[in-house]
Design a binder for this molecule. Structure first.
Ligand code: NAD
Ligand code: UGA
Length: 441
């Protein structure tokens, strides 16, 4: 099938590449010309495991192409996926300017039937907006071409995006047009071969499902973080509590890890945007307001531990930092909890030597003026003469370090662990002072 994907970010690139993998003829558009140039030279603007090889394979087979030519991209696919950003406005609502621009592009150039599939995370009612924008353009052009608008939110996780897309646990399809529904069922058939995982519904319910899913997941995390903070004071161990509650199938084991707060490009903005939608409709989402509040506080939990341990005086101290990205297996620094810590430590006059397996270049890009922050070549390399190590991302490579070597390198054997990677008793035996989240200190 001929498919156009508008937007070559995390969602657009993964969508385009996975669709090409099953033999579709995919053209991916971006208005960021430098991104398209890089992709056309064989580069990949983001780090996502497995993506580079998959793009290479599908480009070589001419099933995947990249362009910044809008007219060409609209002409190409009967199916036009919109996968552009929906960042937060200052008031927390979703900024729809990129979605509207994409709809305008389609309306200005389409001449035949198109199915416009919105993959971006958008507030309920956006489907109607997209339809109105395209209809207005067609009217201006005096054209009577028919089209359908579909809401098909994306649930992939960064770091596991290809697997999530190739083996989705569900495909939510808000679609009220039979031809469009048939086309999309055919497009997605190879992805849901063994199970019927396509959930067909109306557009508004599909749009809301996306926010509801992220709100539910963010709520679990914030609740676990608050329980961890309580466990610490009560002398309980959140890791044991987690296992104890996860065994209940109504709760389940996933997404129960206490840490330094959720970050990334989606939970923070989507939790805000859903509240904003509710407010605009005269409803208060009190639980979600608390989730957001708790998460902001959690991002400073490690800071409080550091302040307490060093009696508040951090000027002139030197810290080693393991992990910059908001989660492992990505270079995404959007809303990464490490940024809150870095900003604080530098403002206090401390210095930092940081290491992350893939996010250091991106970190440098988003924090260009962070004097006092330098990057090291490996986890051990940043430990030298540090007063403490702080772990902010649970990369696999950090899980089984050589503690004896670490002790020799650090000037004080102190670890603040925002991801509970180690066993407190074992670390005590190794001679470390260890500060995890929600566990014995
Ligand atoms: P991104 O910022 O990585 O990429 C968006 C891309 O769209 C950019 O490259 C930008 O240049 C391009 N763009 C903007 N306007 C355009 C236009 N008119 N025409 C063509 N290209 C245009 O964003 P992302 O992380 O891929 O997120 C995209 C959407 O998907 C958001 O709504 C997000 O909430 C949602 N989402 C993201 C994830 C994720 O893990 N990142 C997962 C599920 C859903
Ligand atoms: C999240 C959702 O998991 C995806 O389903 C969704 O498609 C995506 O948002 C989106 O809408 O963009 P993502 O942000 O890539 O995916 O990463 P997650 O694995 O969900 O992690 C989000 C944050 O929560 C990270 O900072 C992570 O460290 C934190 N987290 C996650 C915890 O603190 N504890 C956990 O148990 C799980």
């Amino acid at each position: 099938m001929k498919v156009t994907v508008i937007g070559s970010g995390y969602v657009g690139l993964v969508t385009a590449t996975c669709l090409a993998e099953y033999g579709n003829d995919v053209l991916c558009l971006d208005v960021d010309v430098s991104k398209i140039e890089l992709l056309n030279q064989g580069g990949v603007p983001i780090y996502e495991p497995g993506l580079e090889e998959m793009i290479k394979r599908n480009r070589a087979a001419s099933r995947l192409r990249f362009t910044s030519n809008i007219a060409e991209s609209v002409a190409h696919g009967t199916i036009q996926f919109i996968a552009v950003g929906t960042p937060p406005n200052e008031d927390g609502s979703a900024d729809l300017q990129y979605v509207v621009a994409a709809a305008n592009h389609i309306g200005r150039h389409m001449n035949t039937y198109k199915v416009i599939v919105n993959k971006s995370t958008v507030p309920v009612g956006t489907g109607d907006k997209v339809r109105a924008v395209i209809a207005a353009q067609l009217t201006l052009r005096g054209l009577n071409a028919s089209f359908a608008v579909v809401a098909n939110p994306e649930f992939l996780k960064e770091g596991a995006a290809i697997d999530d897309f190739m083996r989705p646990d569900r495909i939510v399809m808000g679609c009220e047009d039979e031809t469009a529904s048939d086309l999309l069922h055919a497009l997605y058939a190879p992805f849901v071969r063994n199970h019927d995982r396509i959930l067909l519904m109306d557009i508004r319910s599909a749009e809301m499902t996306k926010y509801a899913a992220n709100a539910m997941l963010a709520t679990r995390i914030s609740l676990m973080n608050e329980l961890a903070n309580l466990a610490e004071i009560l002398g309980a161990d959140i890791e044991l509590v987690r296992k104890g509650i996860g065994a209940d199938p109504r709760i389940g084991y996933h997404f129960l890890y206490a840490g330094v707060g959720y970050g990334g490009s989606c939970f923070p903005k989507d939790v805000q945007a859903l509240q904003r939608t509710a407010n605009e409709n005269g409803i208060q989402l009190r639980v979600l307001a608390a989730v957001e509040h708790a998460n902001l506080a959690q991002k400073s939990v490690i800071i409080h531990k550091i302040k307490q341990r060093f009696a508040g005086n951090l000027a002139g101290m030197h810290f080693a930092l393991w992990g910059l990205a908001f989660k492992p297996n990505t270079d995404d620094m959007r809303d990464a909890p490490s940024r809150v810590l870095i900003e604080y430590l530098l403002a206090q006059g401390a210095t930092i030597a940081a290491y992350d397996p893939v996010a250091m270049i991106e970190a440098q890009r988003v924090m260009p003026h962070a004097t006092g922050l330098r990057y090291g070549e490996g986890p051990q390399a940043v430990l030298k003469q540090a007063d403490a190590l702080v772990v902010m991302t649970e990369w696999k490579a950090f899980r089984s370090p050589d503690f004896a070597e670490m002790k020799a390198l650090l000037s004080q054997a102190i670890i603040f662990d925002g991801r509970n990677l180690y066993e407190p008793q074992y670390l005590a035996k190794q001679g470390f002072e260890y500060y995890p989240i929600g566990r014995e200190q």
